[in-house]
Design a protein around this ligand. Structure first.
Ligand code: UDX
Ligand code: UDX
Length: 431
């Protein structure tokens, strides 16, 4: 199939590269000229394991190309994926659909033959109806179908999640579009038959309902972890003990700093905004958002206790600052709240992150080091912020020359017992 991907971000780029790997001819479009120029010269704008090699291979095989020219790409395509950003309006919680409608208008001018227009970006339920109405005009009857095909890609695992999906959800009432898309996804679902065809609105809601549920699951174990600290119980035991129940499942039960990233915070808020408009109270999602939004205060209280309320002059090292391991994405990372606060309280902050220096921090006040050892040198408190593999077997007594120092492991990477044996003052979550 000839595919046009509009919006070459985390989702668009991975989807485009993977579809080209499956043998389709793919053009990735983006409004950002610099991004497209970089992609054309082999510079990948995001950190996603395996993406660079996938892109290089398919560009070489002439199955994948990049351009800023939306019109030509849409005209040539049989299938057009809309993967532009749908950021949250912080006040109203609404998903900002300006980019989506802008792109839909551009597509409308280029409906030269039948096309399937696919919403991959996460959009409020009924957005597909609005796009269909926007595209409708007297001279393009039956020239298109608008389909919802939400993505379930985790950053850092996006290629694996694309190539081995738990399910492919296709929302459309058009038999023609459904048959074409069954064909397109056949290589991914032939063994598992995880192709789920439903209505467009149901597909749009499935995305929000899935992300809100996962966000709730994480928030649930984080609150259970708070209880575990009071009861001197190890929350990892609770996660394992309940996760063995198939009805609960063991994944997404890792207690930590709360969920961040570009999806859970945005999608839970967007779902609440839809429910408010429809005067339906989603009390559980509401409390999930409230609980997660205030999780950084719990972390700050823990740090205050660990430092005995003495922040001034203390050297604090962050190992990792992104919202999770496996990505360079800083969107809604807890470090964005913790570091400025600690800075303001007079602590000296250093950090190391495998994906490099972050423009989000004032580089005079928050010192980046390109290796763990230098970042941890003379540190009073080392905070393990993300669960990169390279943080999992460190010999802290070797990397920190200071005699007395503390560790706050907010990802529970280490065993409290082993830390005690090594005479290291160690704190973690829910243990
Ligand atoms: C996006 C949405 O944010 C997310 O809700 C949805 O689930 C999938 O698509 P992501 O890929 O992370 O996720 O967005 P982002 O990394 O912000 O990339 C969006 C890309 O679209 C950017 O490269 C931007 O330059 C591009 N864009 C934006 C366009 O090409 N045209 C536009 O009009 C607006
Ligand atoms: C998520 C969804 O998993 C994916 O299906 C959807 O398409 C996009 O949003 P992503 O945000 O990339 O993917 O990362 P994910 O691995 O889901 O983690 C989200 C947040 O939850 C991160 O901050 C992570 O640290 C946190 N998390 C995840 C936990 O705190 N505990 C867990 O057990 C799992």
């Amino acid at each position: 199939m000839k595919i046009c991907i509009i919006g070459s971000g985390y989702v668009g780029l991975v989807s485009g590269a993977c579809f080209s790997e499956l043998g389709n001819k793919v053009t990735c479009v983006d409004i950002n000229k610099q991004k497209i120029e970089n992609l054309k010269s082999g510079i990948i704008p995001i950190y996603e394991p395996g993406l660079e090699e996938l892109i290089k291979r398919n560009v070489k095989q002439d199955r994948l190309q990049f351009t800023t020219n939306l019109s030509i790409s849409v005209r040539k395509a049989d299938i057009v994926f809309i993967c532009v950003g749908t950021p949250t309006n912080k006040k109203t919680y609404n998903a900002d659909l300006n980019y989506v409608f802008q792109v839909a208008n551009d597509i409308k001018k280029n409906l030269n033959k039948y096309k399937i227009i696919i919403m991959k970006s996460t959009v409020p339920v009924t957005t597909g109806d609005k796009i269909e109405n926007l595209l409708n005009s007297k001279n393009n009857k039956n020239k298109f179908d608008v389909v919802s095909n939400p993505e379930f890609l985790r950053e850092g695992e996006a290629i694996r999640d694309f190539m081995y999906p738990d399910r492919v959800v296709i929302g459309t009432s058009s038999k023609k579009a459904n048959n074409i898309l069954k064909n397109l996804y056949f290589p991914l679902i032939k063994k598992t038959n995880r192709y789920f065809h439903t209505s467009r609105r149901a597909a749009e809601l499935i995305k929000y309902a899935a992300n809100a549920f996962l966000a709730t699951k994480i928030t649930y174990i984080n609150e259970i972890a708070n209880l575990c600290e009071k009861l001197k119980v190890n929350v990892n035991d609770i996660s394992l003990g309940i996760g063995l129940d198939d009805r609960i499942g063991s994944r997404f039960l890792r207690a930590g700093p709360g969920y961040g990233g570009s999806c859970f915070p945005k999608d839970t808020r967007a779902l609440l905004s839809i429910s408010k408009k429809l005067k339906t109270n989603l009390s559980i999602v509401k409390s999930t958002v409230k609980s997660n939004d205030s999780r950084y205060k719990y972390l700050l209280n823990r740090i205050r206790e660990i430092l005995k309320n003495k922040f001034k002059g203390k050297k604090i090292t962050f190992l990792g600052v992104t919202f999770k391991a496996g990505t360079d994405d800083m969107r809604e990372a807890s470090s964005l709240k913790l570091i400025p606060y600690l800075n303001k309280k007079g602590s000296k902050i250093s950090y190391y992150d495998p994906t490099g220096i972050k423009p989000e921090f004032n580089k005079k006040k928050v010192i980046y080091f390109n290796n763990i050892q230098s970042a941890c040198k003379n540190s009073d408190l080392i905070i393990i912020h993300t669960e990169w593999n390279e943080f999992k077997q460190l010999n802290f007594n070797k990397i920190n020359n200071k005699k007395r120092f503390k560790i706050f492991d907010i990802r529970n990477l280490y065993s409290p017992e082993k830390m005690k044996k090594n005479n290291i003052e160690y704190y973690s979550i829910g243990r």
